[in-house]
Design a protein around this ligand. Structure first.
Ligand code: GLU
Ligand code: ZN
Length: 299
């Protein structure tokens, strides 16, 4: 009898806006452990689509940190900065299908709408492109997107409430929603494990995947690590880079952040053994429904 296993391709897809901090380490580890526990393939993709926000050397530091923490990826790293022609091809297709429209709105005009696009340019630029700088927005039907998140449970979002979103920015950079869908499909990603701060990006991505006849991955959104003030641990909050010289204590803490009950003895093991322990004990059960975890509670 031949062994049939469900293919699993997962990925960690950091934006290189700085070195890995504890919050991004936890996200990397969650996708890594989930992939390994499924005997899957684990990929790393550097989402370098926004050069002004990418300090020189950040991608290298991220990869170096993943190696120091023993999380080795299975194929060549994909850099989104090499993927512009693929993004353009998809934009051309969507344009031919009249699913995009140019948007010339200024930041000022859109202020006060909570990031939801009010549709100002929807019917303005029929067949003529504006002669001024413009972004490209996806025309979203009035429809509700349902999905089952492996951690956050049943989700539904009305696309009209989310608004037509940008696929290409006015400053001519490609938007995250476009690049992420094109590359998840290109790399055959079947399972996405990432922070819950991206939960409301998922209905947008599911919709765009449908517009492009792409397969839908399965999603799991892990809680984000928060500071005492309730804010997410992030570069904006000056989260420090994780140490590269003595990874074990931080590795143990990341396992605890993922709800795994480690025993102190484990810290004396090799990094590979600590990760193996994580793979053996991997389960989403203790994370179910959780959106945030207090950093201070992990010490
Ligand atoms: N590049 C995105 C970020 O670092 C994450 C993309 C994703 O996991 O979908 O926030
Ligand atoms: Zn507009």
């Amino acid at each position: 009898m031949s062994k049939t296993s469900t293919p699993y391709i997962g990925r960690f897809a950091p934006s290189p806006s700085g070195p890995l901090h504890f919050g991004s380490l936890v996200a990397a580890m969650a996708s890594y452990l989930d992939a390994r526990a499924h005997d899957g393939t684990w990929l790393v993709r550097i989402e370098d689509i926004d050069p002004p926000r990418e300090p020189r050397g950040a991608s290298g530091l991220i990869l170096q940190a993943l190696e120091a923490y023993g999380m080795l990826w299975d194929r060549d790293v994909l850099f989104q900065s090499n993927r512009h022609s693929a993004y353009d091809d998809v934009l051309t297709v969507l344009q031919q299908e009249h699913k995009l429209y140019p948007c010339t709105c200024t930041r000022k005009k859109l202020a006060g709408h909570n990031g939801v696009y009010p549709g100002y340019c929807r019917n303005v630029w029929q067949d003529t492109a504006p002669g001024e700088p413009h972004g490209l927005r996806l025309l979203c039907r009035d429809t509700t997107i349902h999905f089952q998140d492996r951690i956050q449970g049943e989700q539904s979002y009305n696309l009209t409430v989310l608004g037509d979103f940008l696929l290409k920015r006015k400053d001519s950079l490609y938007a995250y929603q476009l690049a992420v869908c094109v590359d998840d499909a290109f790399q055959g990603v079947t399972h996405i494990v990432r922070g819950v701060d991206l939960l409301d990006s998922t209905p947008r991505q599911l919709y765009l995947q449908s517009q492009l006849s792409m397969a839908h991955p399965v999603y799991a959104h892990i809680p984000v690590i928060t500071l005492g003030d309730g804010n997410k641990l992030s570069k904006q909050n000056h989260a420090p880079a994780i140490p590269l010289d003595n990874p074990r204590p931080t590795l143990m803490k990341a396992l605890r952040a993922l709800g795994l009950e480690t025993e102190p003895d484990l810290q004396a093991c090799t990094i590979a053994d600590i990760l193996d322990w994580g793979v053996q004990h991997w389960s989403l059960d203790s994370l179910l429904g959780k959106k945030a975890l207090l950093l201070a509670a992990l010490d």
